[in-house]
Design a protein around this ligand. Structure first.
Ligand code: ZN
Length: 249
């Protein structure tokens, strides 16, 4: 199985890793992006753009975009399940239609395009949730994302990455690495390398915050990728997805 996958990657690499970051926190801007650049790596930063001052808030990310990182789409409203809320009738994905979510992601696409122009941009499902409606009316909005994006990042089973041949580019598996030790993260990357697959890791804060990946553990991850740069292709989600679409799937 692995033998098949090893051939899927460019530059004699035998596996791929994408580092992704959600919600545009300052620790990503001030720590993660520069640390990646120091080692010649580029990542994907998924930004929402729903606030009235979205343009001013996103302005600092222009530098990150211009450094070659991908600025990905994370919707305007960052809408997740209404089940997070207690007040009756609270809004959420269950009260939205496919048309609603399509209008939201296209507006986000328009806004991001003004500040961060690029040919292909990937999408990350807020809270990893891929549905609208509820009960008998519940529907997947993966087809909406497939229509408009090179790739969509969803949630995967722990320890599993993406088969270059068989993954659904519109609903890729990713693994959150909040609160993980560096050794665990390295273990995931090592397993991925031995299987020749595409591992997508998701982070929020770098540092001690609620969804934090500690700086020391983050550094261990980058050090491992640095040591394995001949074997592991580190690239943005859009870049890897384009490669798979054009050459493998
Ligand atoms: Zn988010």
């Amino acid at each position: 199985m692995s033998q098949i996958n090893f051939d899927a990657w460019p530059e004699d690499c035998r596996a791929a890793v994408s580092l992704t970051y959600d919600d545009g926190n300052d620790t990503q801007l001030n720590y993660a992006a520069p640390e990646m650049e120091d080692r010649g790596f580029r990542g994907t930063f998924y930004l929402s753009c729903g606030r009235d001052d979205w343009r001013e808030r996103l302005e600092p990310w222009v530098r990150v975009h211009e450094a070659g990182h991908e600025i990905g789409n994370h919707t305007v409203g960052h809408t997740c399940s209404r089940n997070f809320h207690d007040e009756p009738g609270a809004p959420g994905l269950e009260s939205m239609t496919l048309d609603d979510i399509e209008a939201d992601v296209l507006e986000a696409q328009r806004r991001l395009g003004e500040l961060f122009p690029r040919a292909e941009r990937s999408f990350a499902y807020p809270c990893y949730m891929t549905h609208v409606g509820m009960g008998e009316g519940r529907q997947s909005y993966v087809p909406v994302i497939a229509r408009h994006f090179i790739a969509g990042r969803g949630y995967g089973e722990y320890g599993f990455s993406n088969s270059p041949h068989n993954c659904d580019l519109a609903c890729l598996w990713s693994t959150p690495i909040e609160h993980m030790r560096g050794e665990q993260i390295v273990g995931l990357m090592d397993l991925n390398l031995r299987r020749g697959r595409w591992l997508i890791l998701t982070m929020h804060h770098i540092g001690g915050a609620r969804l934090g990946t500690a700086q020391s553990e983050f550094d261990k991850m980058l050090d491992w990728l640095d040591r394995h740069r001949d074997d592991v292709w580190v690239a943005t989600v859009a870049t890897v997805a384009e490669h798979l679409r054009d050459n493998v799937q």
